[in-house]
Design a protein around this ligand. Structure first.
Ligand SMILES: Nc1ncnc2c1ncn2[C@@H]1O[C@H](COP(=O)(O)OP(=O)(O)OP(=O)(O)O)[C@@H](O)[C@H]1O
Ligand SMILES: [Mg+2]
Length: 411
């Protein structure tokens, strides 16, 4: 059946120059690491999704943000479908908040919660979690994809209409992200992920999407009994337990957003018991490890065909950028030779399939951080020096290929 035609009225179009031109006043939350990832404070009327594995600390982070916002003078509405008001109060106490100006609705009915928000007019609303709330407007059962979408849309409309920002928590499911936050990424304004290893106390808050700022900033936190504490000097922390002259260990100056971070890459090679040797990567891209071992075998003559290779980034960090390649290659070579690299050396560079070293961006920042932490030498791709000579007091050791880099490192 054809749809009945209905009367159409023209939408009101506004010329941009007629709009009030003030910058929106961002809400400061007094948690600099959180604000850094947002590109400043919270933009009024924005919808922010914070995703992460179960138990990683999402509720802790947002309760801290809520407490800070409440302490700054506004009231905060915390919609909790997961924990009772008492449980939240206990947690807030542990985090050092007395609960003033913090209002809780332990309610899974979104429409009811938004009614409460309408009358409260808080400075910030937190929804913990989007998977537990439901709206009567959608026919699908709670927790379903339809409900997730409907609830997020409702929150978006409400935030835009009221100018009040909303933070929503979303669980990342282990298998793919079917019913998870990925589905909602295109609806919300900002997507942040809280990540970290279960048994490490460090947490990284990463921006994945941001309509009001850069996405490649990270916040570094440590989980303590008092909640998430900002780590002021992450490089120092991640290198704190590094042994002098450790075999199979190489430090690389990586870049997380605009922030340089020194991390230790470790590798262990050992004769395999299996027909096909094993490769294990923790905190590194598995395919990158396969590529590097293949290049080392083929282009640098390392005998790895009968060796298991385990690679690891210390501190439960995850490093994605290819600039870590050279450090990984050297760590494997170091373990394979059972010889340590000089402890004042850092290495950075991408490794190509023919064993060539490829340039990396923002060299000066990386070198600056290495310098600050007392390193004295840096192995780097020759190609990186072609255009600029970075101002640094480090001794630069350029190499064209991974084979040459290994030779220089063990010279
Ligand atoms: N007393 C405490 N001292 C230190 N850390 C604690 C304490 N209590 C809880 N934690 C930490 O807080 C984590 C739980 O944080 P939180 O409940 O905020 O995570 P979440 O991501 O919201 O989890 P969920 O997916 O269950 O909602 C625990 O895994 C633990 O590491
Ligand atoms: Mg939680």
């Amino acid at each position: 059946m054809a749809a009945t035609p209905r009367a159409v009225t023209a939408a009101a179009a506004v010329e941009m120059c007629d709009l009030a031109g003030e910058e929106l006043q961002r809400l400061a939350v007094g948690l600099p690491e959180f604000e850094r990832v947002l590109g400043g404070g919270i933009v009024p009327g924005s919808l922010i999704l914070v995703g992460g594995d179960p138990g990683i600390g999402k509720s802790t982070l947002l309760l801290q943000v809520a407490a800070m916002a409440a302490a700054a003078g506004g009231s905060v509405l915390y919609v909790s479908g997961e924990e009772s008001a008492q449980q939240l109060q206990m947690r807030a106490r542990r985090l050092g908040s007395d609960g003033h100006s913090m209002f809780v609705v332990a309610e899974t009915d979104l429409d009811g919660a938004l009614h409460a928000a309408d009358s409260l007019q808080p400075a910030l609303v937190v929804v913990d979690s989007i998977q537990t709330v439901h709206s009567q407007a959608a026919p699908s059962p709670p927790g379903s994809i339809g409900q997730l979408r409907e609830c997020t849309m409702r929150l978006m409309q409400w935030a835009k209409g009221s100018g009040i920002p909303i933070c929503i928590i979303g669980h990342v499911t282990k298998e793919g992200d079917i019913a998870g936050p990925r589905l909602l990424e295109h609806i919300v304004d900002v997507v942040l992920y809280l990540e970290g290893e279960r048994f490490s106390s460090y947490r990284l808050l990463r921006g994945v999407k941001n309509r009001f700022g850069s996405t490649n900033e990270v916040g570094v936190f440590e989980m303590t009994a008092l909640g998430l504490a900002a780590v002021e000097n992450p490089s120092e922390v991640f290198l704190a337990e590094r042994g002098e002259g450790a075999v199979g260990s190489v430090v690389v100056p990586t870049l997380e957003g605009s922030r340089p971070l020194l991390v230790e890459v470790q590798a262990l090679t050992s004769p395999t018991m299996l027909a096909v040797p094993r490769r294990t990567a923790n905190g590194l891209d598995f395919n990158r490890l396969i590529l590097i071992t293949a290049v080392l075998a083929k282009r640098a003559g390392l005998a790895l065909a009968n060796q298991d290779v385990i690679a690891n980034v210390v501190g439960g960090l995850r490093v994605q950028e290819p600039a870590v390649d050279l450090a990984l290659a050297l760590a494997i070579a170091s373990s394979n030779r059972d010889a340590a690299l000089p402890s004042d050396l850092v290495a950075v560079g991408e490794v190509g399939l023919s064993g060539e070293l490829r340039s990396v961006g923002q060299l000066e920042r990386r070198l600056g951080e290495a310098e600050r932490l007392g390193f004295r030498r840096c192995l780097l791709p020759q190609a990186a020096l072609r255009r600029v000579t970075p101002a640094t007091s480090l001794e630069l050791m350029p190499a064209a290929s991974v084979r040459e880099a290994i030779r220089l490192a063990f010279a």
